[in-house]
Design a protein around this ligand. Structure first.
Ligand SMILES: [Zn+2]
Length: 675
């Protein structure tokens, strides 16, 4: 719309400019290659030239009619007195190469032999396509709109951000050095700094940044939390160039600020500032993060990997309190996370009492009886409890600040940790550690199964193939497999306790303490006995078990080799193992036994009376009514063909290895499952 108005004005401006050029400059005469005998013309002897003499230097192709001008600077028309290295010569004046003879170029306003390198140019200038590119000394030496800085023509600055740290953009678009202390030097006020900014958190001269590329060498764009309103607590955050501290680069795993180059570990990942994904390394994205400070949660953009599993990030050790809310930040592309609580006790239970999403919606609240009705199910256990979010397709991870409370069954302090899985996994890898107790003379055919026979043991090979077949439908592949013997006769046969983990089971799972990394421990024992139940085929350390956390009383799944005894009747032992691994990854039974959780066989009393909440069914027997648990994953049915059916019955579920889409997604959410 504004074009018609602007165009005539540009035309007028150009016209005035060309008039000025014509009037104020003595180069009114149109140049062109020199005529014979004129300065710059070819020659073979002085006689060919009207000027002083014919320069027959090898660098001057076909000779050059020339005249010295060191004594008298006035030169014949069409030539100008020019500094040619250590000489002063009248040389053929030009505006362009077309003004020069063949084999000569227009450089410094005169026709000279083309340069081969910078040695052929005045000191400091560069040779480009035979032409010397002169250093600029003033803005008028530069193309229209550009300015001369340090001998180079650069576009004018629009603001201080166009200038280097310690320079500011003045009103004419020039970056001018500021007076004061340099980057990183100690300061007490911003006025002391050339950068005009004294970083309050560190008392050093610094600059704000949009990404690490904005920062000088030795600095990264870090997050600095500070006390903006000066009330004694940090309430604000900003991105500033900070000296590189730790060795861990942006996006990599961390458990403490000090290990990060940026000195900021954001819930398990080293973070550096960014404005857009282009500011981040390949495989990373620029996402909005919330910095949880006292009384405030400033937003900040940082680079995080597209897909990654973080470490167990310590949130802190907190006193027992179901009324104190704490928080953590979940990035926008997190697929899932686990919140764990632990305490140094084998009998007391550390737990999360309440978890709310950033919108304030309850994800889980402790209710021993109606836990089955929680949006996100949770089964806290002794010593170490794991809350996987989400463990159903009806709960989504919401980016932002989650709030939670922690407590324990004995009122003692609890340590909370967070592990975030970035990206949604469409498939995964499970690493397995196999532990063998003394399995001599069990129903396993062939040689005794142990660490040395394991790799080629026909029975185990078949079990591993069958296990992989079940896991394949869940898009899980088995990664590394390691085999160990566990020599402890007291653990060959496990006795379960009705009230909690038996000391045998605690000892068994704890013996994984030498394992490292993301893997699940599998223990093959001779038998598992429970006075309160029938034949126990297997047991998992938790729902879910501690992902990639070894040495706790829940770190593994155990399987009875009695399963091998049922094989001749059509039972598939891999079913038991897959079922327990399903628990360990976070799957509940699709249907519980009739008594769970509502009725106690030992006391013959109702524990959870009807009416029941969601995902529970009322059972009525002998005049008593109680609630029985079902899965909370919406697409899971109570079919005995499902892998997570509570029992293995010859008539129903000997081949029940089915998994629903919701169950598969839940398994893939677990951080122990690698990408
Ligand atoms: Zn089970």
């Amino acid at each position: 719309m504004s074009l018609p108005a602007v165009l005539p004005r540009i035309g007028i401006f150009l016209l005035v400019l060309s008039l000025l050029t014509a009037c104020s400059n003595d180069r009114a005469v149109v140049q062109g290659p020199p005529a014979a005998g004129e300065i710059g013309a070819a020659c073979t002897s002085d006689a060919d030239c009207t000027s002083d003499y014919c320069l027959l230097d090898p660098s001057f192709q076909d000779g050059y009619c020339i005249q010295k001008c060191d004594a008298n600077p006035s030169c014949p028309e069409g030539s100008t007195c020019h500094d040619y290295f250590n000489y002063k010569f009248c040389m053929d004046r030009c505006d362009a190469d077309t003004d020069c003879r063949k084999d000569y170029v227009c450089t410094y306003g005169v026709c000279r032999p083309p340069c081969n390198n910078s040695a052929g140019c005045d000191k400091g200038d560069t040779c480009l396509n035979g032409h010397c590119k002169a250093k600029c000394t003033a803005d008028t030496d530069c193309p229209s709109g550009e300015r001369c800085q340090d001998g180079k023509c650069i576009p004018p600055c629009k603001g201080d951000s166009d200038c280097l740290p310690g320079f500011s953009c003045d009103t004419s678009g020039n970056c001018k050095p500021k007076k004061g202390k340099g980057m990183g030097e100690a300061c007490t006020s911003s006025s002391q700094c050339a950068t005009a900014y004294c970083l309050p958190t560190r008392k050093i001269c610094s600059i704000n940044c949009k990404g690490s590329a904005d920062c000088p060498d030795g600095y990264v764009c870090g997050l600095e939390a500070f006390d903006k309103d000066n009330n004694g607590s940090k309430d604000s955050a900003e991105a500033d160039c900070v000296p590189v501290k730790g060795k861990v680069a942006a996006g990599a795993n961390c458990t403490a600020d000090a290990s990060c180059a940026s000195e900021h570990c954001h819930y398990g990942f080293c973070v550096e500032g960014c404005q857009a994904t282009a500011d981040c390394q390949t495989g990373q994205r620029c996402v909005e993060l919330n910095i949880l400070l006292k009384g405030a949660a400033p937003k900040y953009k940082g680079c995080l990997r597209n897909a990654a599993v973080g470490p167990y990030y310590p949130l802190g050790t907190f006193p027992n309190s179901m009324s104190t809310f704490r928080g953590f930040d979940i990035p926008p592309h997190a697929g899932s996370f686990i919140l764990t609580t632990e305490m140094n006790s084998l009998s007391e239970v550390p737990l999360v009492g309440l978890l709310k999403d950033p919108a304030g919606k309850t994800v889980m609240t402790m209710d021993s009886c109606y836990q089955y009705s929680q949006p996100n199910r949770y089964s806290p256990r002794e010593q170490f409890s794991t809350l996987l979010v989400p463990n159903t397709t009806s709960v989504s991870v919401v980016p932002g600040l989650y709030s939670y409370t922690v407590g324990s069954s004995d009122g003692k302090a609890v340590t909370a940790k967070l592990q975030i899985k970035l990206g949604k996994a469409a498939k995964g890898t499970l690493n397995l550690n196999w532990f063998f107790l003394n399995l001599a003379s069990t129903c396993i055919p062939g040689a005794t199964l142990n660490a040395s026979s394991a790799k080629s043991h026909a029975w185990l090979l078949k079990l591993r193939i069958n296990l992989k077949a079940i896991l394949t439908q869940a898009k899980l592949t088995v990664g590394s497999e390691k085999f160990y013997d566990l020599k402890d006769p007291a653990l060959d046969v496990l006795n379960l306790s009705m009230t909690g983990l038996s000391t045998e089971l605690q000892k068994l799972f704890s013996s994984s303490n030498k394992m490292t990394g993301r893997s699940i421990n599998i223990f093959f024992v001779r038998d598992i006995k429970a006075s309160y139940a029938g034949t126990v085929l297997g047991i998992a350390g938790g729902i879910p078990g501690p992902p990639g956390k070894h040495g706790t009383v829940h770190s593994g799944v155990a399987m009875s080799m009695k399963t091998a005894c049922y094989e001749p009747y059509g039972y598939n032992p891999a079913h038991t193992l897959a079922h327990e691994l399903g628990h360990y990854l976070g799957l509940s039974h699709n249907q519980e036994s009739e008594q769970v959780p509502g009725f106690s066989q030992s006391t013959n009393q109702v524990i959870c009376p009807c009416p029941c909440g969601a995902n529970m069914t009322c059972v009525t027997k002998s005049g008593k009514s109680w609630c029985r648990g079902e899965d909370h994953i919406p697409d899971t049915t109570t079919s005995s063909k499902n892998l997570m059916y509570w029992a293995a019955e010859s008539t129903q579920s000997f081949d029940g290895n089915q998994l629903t889409d919701g169950q598969i997604k839940t398994m893939l959410n677990n951080p122990v499952v690698g990408f």
